[in-house]
Ligand binder design. Structure first.
Ligand SMILES: [Zn+2]
Length: 333
């Protein structure tokens, strides 16, 4: 069966999947990254690609797509800037072409995830769609009128760094204060909980782990159990998440905003449903309720599936010109 390979490149591991034209995953491989040096990362990407090729059959492979963090110059195949990897102007495509003998295509990882969800997940059947990935940071991707929005310098979708709390917010990794990412990522949730800790001396969170080791999962579990401190943090967190999402509704009025990433997988009764109500309260000029807010469907596979779609389409040039409704049907067929 013909397939393309999609690569997900994260801060701690890289993973690959062989994906067929209908979005089915034939096989996957994953390796930990012990360093973020470009040569090591390229070797590990090569290793997962070779593992998938061996399992799925090299002769049926039609190309490889890579979802990489950072801002990507797709024509040169260069990662211009990735603060999380400490990369500047890394020629990732050329490095991989020395190792992998199939056509290679690179796109930002959040845009890959949006493409995957649009074609094979929570965006199926709509023309206007946004995926917001909520994990350590916040990434995003927009589809408008059936087309993935890339921007003149491939920067469209960087919603994590639009400012929602310029005066009272947390300082962001990018240097600004009150970015959507600083307030509403998993890291932001932890910061809300830490800020509220002095008001909750009997918090069950305080008895579990040293505060320096708190992660968003710890807080989300405590929310589900009804811990008062965690619930208070969740309330301020949801208010900030809703501020950013209401802005996104105003920007493009998508039919669906899907919440992805680790935090996006929280039970909809705790996340998607209450935040949708808050977004509606802040939606003024756009008819209320026209944008549905849901959990993303593909989970951790969205980035790999989207990177495989990118490879199947033959790269970013095809995204710029032909991902309209008809092309998407072709992609699905
Ligand atoms: Zn920022």
């Amino acid at each position: 069966m013909r397939f393309t390979i999609g690569i997900d490149l994260g801060g701690s591991h890289t993973a690959a999947a062989a994906v067929t034209g209908d979005g089915s995953i034939l096989t996957t491989a994953k390796r930990d990254l012990t360093s973020l040096k470009p040569d090591h990362v390229a070797d590990e990407i090569d290793a997962v690609v070779q593992a998938v090729l061996a399992a799925a059959g090299e002769k049926d492979c039609d190309g490889v797509g890579i979802g990489s963090p950072g801002n990507i110059d797709e024509r040169m195949g260069v990662v211009r800037f990735s603060p999380n990897f400490g990369w500047r102007d890394v020629p990732l495509k050329a490095m991989l072409e020395r190792r992998i003998k199939h056509p290679l295509h690179i796109l930002n990882d959040a845009r890959c995830a949006a493409l995957g969800e649009f074609v094979h997940g929570s965006g199926a059947g709509v023309a206007d769609f946004a995926l917001i990935t909520i994990g350590t940071g916040i990434g995003g991707g927009f589809v408008c009128n059936g087309r993935l929005v890339l921007g003149v310098a491939m920067g469209a979708g960087e919603v994590g760094h639009h400012v929602i709390r310029p005066d009272t917010g947390f300082v962001c990794t990018c240097g600004k204060r009150g970015c959507f990412e600083a307030q509403a990522s998993g890291t932001g949730l932890v910061r809300h909980a830490l800020a509220l800790a002095p008001s909750f001396p009997k918090s069950t969170l305080l008895t579990r782990k040293p505060q320096a080791k708190w992660g968003s999962k710890l807080i989300r579990k405590a929310v589900a159990k009804g811990d008062e401190h965690a619930l208070a943090a969740w309330k301020t967190y949801l208010a900030d998440l809703a501020l950013g999402l209401a802005n996104i509704v105003s920007f493009t009025n998508p039919a669906v905003i899907a919440l992805g990433g680790g935090v996006g997988q929280t039970d909809p009764s705790l996340l998607a449903e209450p935040v949708a109500k808050l977004v509606d309260e802040q939606t003024t000029m756009v008819p209320k309720g026209t944008t549905r807010i849901v959990s993303a469907k593909l989970g951790n596979n969205a980035g790999m599936v989207g990177a495989a779609v990118l490879a199947r389409l033959g790269g970013v040039a095809a995204l710029r010109s032909s991902l309209d409704g008809a092309a998407r049907k072709t992609v699905r067929a």
